[in-house]
Design a protein around this ligand. Structure first.
Ligand SMILES: *Cc1c(COP(=O)(O)O)cnc(C)c1O
Length: 387
């Protein structure tokens, strides 16, 4: 039996896998078991921030593995301590809780928001508003928070307390706030899984003002948009707003599982001893990986991300077979004239890995992708779109 057949037999069938088995890679190039080479515009869904097997990242991770791979959060460790300090220094947030995934980072954000409301308002502000078309994770509570009916079937009963608002409709939001007296509003600034929908700047600023006026916590899910993906360290930095809490994961540790929930001045002391915890959260190896990512994510790299973004948008916007291009930085969505799944299959055949999001083709290349590799990938993509 080959490895693909064996996987299908012994791994729960929760993924519709493409018929490719990857074995190794370097930067934005990756090879399958047959030796066929691909350009990677997916980064493991925005995870491999520095591409595959970045030397400095790999060295930092391997050194930490050989030094101290894990101690529990009952003790202090150096990589976790340094990472927390740097995340706060570079985001302006006050402290951080570490977990292992986006769903967990959001779960912590939701728990903290509920506790804040409970501390201040008793049981009066238990509702949280989230947006339709959002995606916040796969645990029962983060599924509840996800504003898509398709996710609210068969796994009930779901966690109560969530109300959904249409993105970019400030009047509806104002009505829902008046009707439900929410404790918090949670948004993605770019709805990633929802089709790379970029929230309107004016809408977000009005929403943030409404939150500040009414002491409603503003929660931002930066699981996908974070860690340089949109051309700034976090996407909220381009909206002129400050979250009360934000979450991140995916690209944070460059390929290792790490989630983070960051608290601002209003929320930094909400969770106390015993209120929350994680065995693996902030594990030294993952933290060492994240420190190596942050170190390379400087203003130079972020400026390159913005330049490559402009280049890619310009190359694709008026191309044959393209209806529209949305997104920020290197988180881009293309509305194709053909079904997105066909474009993905054609690209894979021709040696390019791309993703979908709803009806769109989604691009999430490594932030370090060399310009010439980006151009090679775009050429394959243009062919597939024009077919
Ligand atoms: C991927 C994603 C999640 C879930 O992250 P996991 O690590 O898969 O749990 C949550 N929110 C957003 C915006 C995401 O893109």
């Amino acid at each position: 039996m080959d490895l693909k057949q064996s996987s299908d037999q012994y791994i729960a069938q929760t993924y519709k896998r493409n018929d490719v088995l990857f074995i190794e890679g370097n930067g934005s190039n990756v090879k399958d078991e047959m030796g066929k080479e691909y350009i990677d515009f997916g980064s493991g869904i925005a995870v491999n921030t520095l591409g595959i097997a970045d030397t400095k990242w790999a060295d930092a991770v391997c050194e930490q593995v050989r030094t101290l791979q894990h101690m529990s959060n009952l003790y202090y460790t150096e990589p976790q301590s340094k990472l927390a300090q740097q995340l706060c220094a570079r985001s302006g947030m006050r402290n951080v809780f570490f977990s292992n995934s986006g769903a967990e980072a959001n779960e912590c954000m939701i728990k903290a928001a509920r506790k804040y409301a409970s501390d201040r308002y008793g049981d009066k502000r238990q509702t949280m508003i989230t947006l339709r078309n959002s995606f916040h994770g796969r645990t029962v509570t983060t599924l509840s928070a996800t504003g898509q009916d398709a996710f609210h079937k068969q796994f009930g009963p779901f966690t109560p307390g969530f109300v959904y608002a249409e993105p970019d409709d400030i009047e509806e939001l104002q009505k829902l706030v008046a009707a439900h007296n929410p404790g918090a509003i949670m948004i993605e600034l770019i709805q990633g899984e929802g089709g790379v929908h970029v929230l309107d700047r004016g809408y977000v600023q009005t929403l943030a003002k409404l939150c500040a006026e009414k002491d409603i916590l503003l929660l931002i899910d930066e699981v996908q948009t974070g860690n340089g993906r949109t051309g700034t360290l976090y996407a909220y930095m381009q909206y002129g707003i400050e979250p009360d809490i934000f979450s991140t994961a995916k690209g944070l540790a460059g390929g290792l599982p790490l989630g983070a929930t960051l608290f601002g001045s209003k929320t930094k002391d909400v969770l106390g001893p015993g209120d929350h915890g994680s065995t693996f959260g902030g594990n030294p190896v993952c933290a060492a990986g994240a420190l190596a990512v942050l170190e390379q994510l400087d203003e130079t790299l972020l400026a390159e991300v913005r330049q490559k973004s402009q280049y890619t948008i310009a190359a694709l916007s008026c191309a044959k077979g393209v209806k529209s291009v949305t997104g920020m930085g290197l988180m881009l969505g293309i509305e194709p004239e053909h079904p997105a799944a066909d474009v993905v299959a054609d690209c894979l055949q021709a040696g390019l890995v791309v993703l979908t999001a709803k009806t769109k083709v989604r691009l999430l290349p490594a932030l370090t992708i060399p310009q010439e590799v980006l151009e090679q990938g775009i050429a394959i993509l243009l062919d597939a779109l024009a077919k």
